[in-house]
Design a protein around this ligand. Structure first.
Ligand code: ADP
Ligand code: MG
Length: 308
């Protein structure tokens, strides 16, 4: 797949502090790319370089095959981390103004805004003042203004911060829909747990360095440990646990269930398969639970930091 955006060996120093150290990313066309890492990792700095707000000290960015130039700003919808709206303006007035700055005619902007305001259930706010809005509400408006002119690249810096879980989900769904409609999306987050289902590709940023990147499914395959979470029952659970432990690498675990069963994590060796394990378990007890443990982005991050 062709890349819509590539950052090559981007470095940025602030005084003697290195905020980005030789960071490269490739963002395939039509993908959702997650820039993940804790606060202060360098995510916003990279996003600001891509948006030509910050000049890198070295390295360069390619957008759709061309070195990044000022006119490319028109092809990018950017939701910055620090979000500000003019407090005393009315919501609709302000959204129209911002949409026109992006090159839409007033009439076209109005049509599109009405559509998006309905979609995000904020239609009632058109005539309210910005200062009357909660943080989450103002953020929805900025999200709309970011995507309204349908740029081919969307960059959201911490799009979920400030949202309650319901609205965070709504924005997640909208991001997926934008992707389905052909946009390429880069977003940053320091909360790794909530966004895995969104990302096709990720880059993990840690202390100004990229420590891991690639297709999320490939990374998960690479980091999985062949461990299965198992629930099994038999009249004598202690004997059952001992029997299993003699054959497999098992440890006690806990998970929510309705049964009072023996709960184990079982890590398979190279030469053992899930089928081997399952047929053994069914021969000695009642299996009520059998799930492969897939590492979360957070597990992978912790492991990748250790490996570094
Ligand atoms: P993230 O978005 O991953 O939380 P940032 O890119 O905002 O991280 O910041 C990375 C580091 O660079 C932080 O330690 C931050 O304090 C520093 N930094 C960012 N911008 C500036 C600046 N303009 N001047 C000095 N230091 C900065
Ligand atoms: Mg940031």
């Amino acid at each position: 797949m062709k890349n819509l955006l590539e950052a090559h060996a981007v470095s940025k120093n602030f005084g003697d502090f290195t905020a980005l150290n030789n960071v490269s990313i490739s963002v395939p066309k039509g993908s959702v790319f997650g820039l993940l890492g804790p606060n202060g990792a360098g995510k916003t700095t990279l996003i600001r370089v891509i948006n030509q707000i910050t000049m890198p000290d070295s390295g360069h960015v390619i957008l759709d095959g061309e070195p990044l130039q000022s006119h490319h700003v028109q092809n990018i919808g950017y939701l910055p981390e620090e979000r500000g709206l003019y407090k005393s303006m009315k919501v609709g007035e302000q959204a129209l103004y911002l949409a026109q700055l992006k090159g839409l005619s007033k009439a076209e902007a109005k049509i599109r805004l009405k559509y998006w305001f309905e979609r995000l259930e904020i239609g009632d706010w058109w005539n309210k003042k910005i200062q009357e809005l909660s943080k989450g509400m103002a953020q929805k408006i900025q999200f709309v203004v970011t995507v309204l002119h349908e740029p081919k690249l969307l960059i959201f810096d911490e799009p979920f911060s400030g949202f309650d879980p319901i609205n965070a989900n709504l924005i997640k769904d909208e991001i997926l829909r934008l992707k389905e409609n052909g946009a390429t999306v880069i977003f940053s987050t320091h909360r790794m747990e909530s966004v895995e289902e969104l990302c096709d590709h990720i880059a993990l940023i840690h202390q100004s360095n990229k420590i891991l990147d690639g297709k999320l499914t490939d990374i998960k395959r690479q980091y999985k440990t062949n461990t299965y979470e198992v629930g099994i029952n038999a009249p004598d659970k202690i004997t059952l646990a001992e029997t299993i432990s003699k054959k497999f690498n098992a440890s006690l675990t806990d998970f929510r269930s309705l049964n009072d069963e023996l709960k184990l994590n079982i890590k398979l060796a190279e030469n053992e398969s899930a089928n081997d394990l399952l047929s053994y378990l069914t021969s000695i007890g009642q299996v009520s639970h059998f799930v492969e443990l897939i590492p979360s982005a957070n597990d992978i991050f912790i492991q990748a930091v250790k490996n570094n």
